[in-house]
Structures are given as C-alpha cells and as structure tokens.
Ligand binder design. Structure first.
Ligand code: AMP
Length: 286
C-alpha cells in the first residue's frame, strides 16, 4: 500500500510542504467516504492532472440537518483506503469532527464562522428541503482548501448544485485553484452511483431506476425537438410517479442557475426523490 492515511492537519500540512518544496502540483478530491466507482473516477482524473493527490474522507456534521442520516451514513475507511490506493491517491486525509471543528457534534453559526453562498443559489432545489446544507458544504470545502492548498479540486456533476455553488465560492472569494467538474458515473442500468444506494432494499433499488429513466426520457424528447420545459416535465412525470416520492424536477441554466422555460444548450435537468426513506438525486445536462 502506497497511500498514507493521515488523521491530523499538522501531519498533512508537513507532507504538503515537502511536495511544494519539490515543485509538485497537488489535487484534492473531497468525499464523505463509502467510496465507489464515482469517487474512483474523480481520483483517477486527479492523478492524471496532478503530481500528488489527496482524498479527504470526512462525514461533515455541519452539512446534515437534525433529521438527516449523519449517524447512519456508511463509514468504510478500510475499503476507502484500498480503493484510493488502487487509483493512485497519495494521501487519504480522514480527520475526526474534533480535528476539524474542535467539537464532536454539529455547530451552529453562533459558534462557528460559516461560508454563506448566495441566497438564490441555496434557496432552491436541494437547499429548499436541506436548509443550511450548502452553508455546511461551502464551509468544510473552504477549510479543506485552506488545509490542503490544492492547485486543482475535483467534484462530481452528480451534485450539480454543489458544484455550481463551489465554483461561485472560488470566484467570489478569489481562491487560487481550479475546480474540475467530473461526469456522473452510473451502474449499467442507469442508476447514478451514490454512497446512499447501500440503504436501498432490492425492491427500492428497482424503483430508484425511474430517476435516470425520467432524465433519459426528457433527453430523448428534447432531441426530438421539444424544448418547452412544461411539456418535458409532463412527459417525465408519469415515469417518476411509479413508486417514488418526487421532491423536485427542475430545468435550470447551468451558467446562471436561473430557471428556464425553453431548453437551450447547457440546461441542467435536476431531480430529487425519496425512495422509501432514502433521498436520491440525479441530473443530466442537455
Ligand atoms: P460524496 O462522498 O457523496 O460527498 O461525494 C464526493 C464527491 O464525489 C462529490 O464531488 C460528488 O459529486 C462525487 N460523486 C458522487 N457520486 C458520483 C457519481 N456517481 N459520479 C461522479 N461523481 C460522483
């Protein structure tokens, strides 16, 4: 095993300093662990782009709501280390909440400096049901950027709203790094890989397929010449009705994040739905 597991910030900073002295470039792949082939594709891309790669594995308490799955989120560090090693990561950085926040519980904005992305980007899509989620994401990602000081950071398009918000943070706060978006990795039958897929029963796994099916159907209809998003919405809704509880299905311009009525190039179609108790997201860019 070449990949080193580090749990504390001081050790990681020492290692990064050594690399910097040698003039090496550094890539960061932030994750919450329970790594799968989606994460592997980010690590692979990072290794192709940079001399050294740090994968962070941290289930970030401040991005979970009180009724969300923080406690039961899968933690599989042995396997994460194995997969990171397989794809050529140099370091897996897996801090505890105490190492990151000096505390073992979630924190509020009366106790911690938070990064607050623009309201119009967080008060929609996933941010509507997950209030405060993107403040928690932006805060931990900025902390990771400050700790690792990467030249490049790799994020999946699977979390399209997160990707958009983090690109905006980098621009607005003049962060000296490049965000590299990476395409969604899917199972053969179309289901987008997610650490939360492990929550699904066999029956729920089957029902979850309707998310990617609905997106594919929208893409097919759009390629046949339909650009009106109300019509595209209606054509997908009957597919989604079959056994999942839809939270949203929206069309947004992926350059401005504004809602679109007629699809143009670079339109994000994003879905969130509950399958049983599991909340899944998926999207496609038209
Ligand atoms: P997570 O561990 O869920 O926080 O995800 C860590 C990173 O992996 C994020 O940038 C995600 O967008 C990305 N990711 C998660 N699932 C996939 C997937 N199926 N394909 C590509 N990237 C993914």
């Amino acid at each position: 095993m070449n990949t080193i597991l580090l749990n504390n910030i001081t050790d990681l900073r020492l290692k990064i300093k050594e690399w910097r002295k040698e003039g090496l470039t550094v890539g960061l792949v932030p994750t919450m662990g329970a790594l799968h082939n989606g994460h592997a594709s980010l690590i692979k891309k990072a290794k192709e782009t940079c001399d050294k790669v740090v994968v962070s594995v941290f289930v970030n308490p401040i991005q979970f709501g009180p009724n969300e799955d923080y406690d039961k989120y899968p933690r599989t560090i042995e396997n994460d280390l194995k997969l990171s090693n397989e794809y050529g990561a140099d370091i897996v950085f897996a801090p505890t909440p105490i190492e990151m926040y000096g505390k073992n519980t979630s924190l509020s904005n009366t106790e911690l400096t938070f990064v607050c992305p623009p309201y119009n980007l967080v008060d929609c899509l996933c941010g509507k049901s997950r209030v405060g989620h993107f403040d928690g994401v932006a805060t931990v990602v900025l902390k990771l950027f400050n700790i690792v000081t990467p030249d490049y950071a790799f994020f999946g398009q699977k979390d399209a709203q997160q990707l958009f918000i983090l690109k905006k943070m980098v621009k607005d706060l003049n962060l000296d790094l490049t965000i590299v978006p990476c395409p969604i990795v899917r199972e053969n039958d179309g289901l987008a890989l997610s650490s939360r897929n492990t929550y699904l029963s066999a029956d729920e796994r089957k029902r979850a397929l309707c998310l990617s099916k609905a997106l594919k159907h929208i893409e097919k209809t759009y390629l046949q010449g339909i650009t009106d998003t109300d019509i595209l919405f209606d054509t997908a809704i009957s597919i989604l009705d079959s056994g999942v509880e839809m939270e949203y299905l929206e069309f947004r311009n992926f350059e401005t994040f504004e809602k679109v009525e007629k699809v143009q190039a670079n339109t994000l179609v994003a879905i969130a739905a509950k399958v049983g108790k599991t909340r899944l997201i998926d999207n496609i860019i038209l």
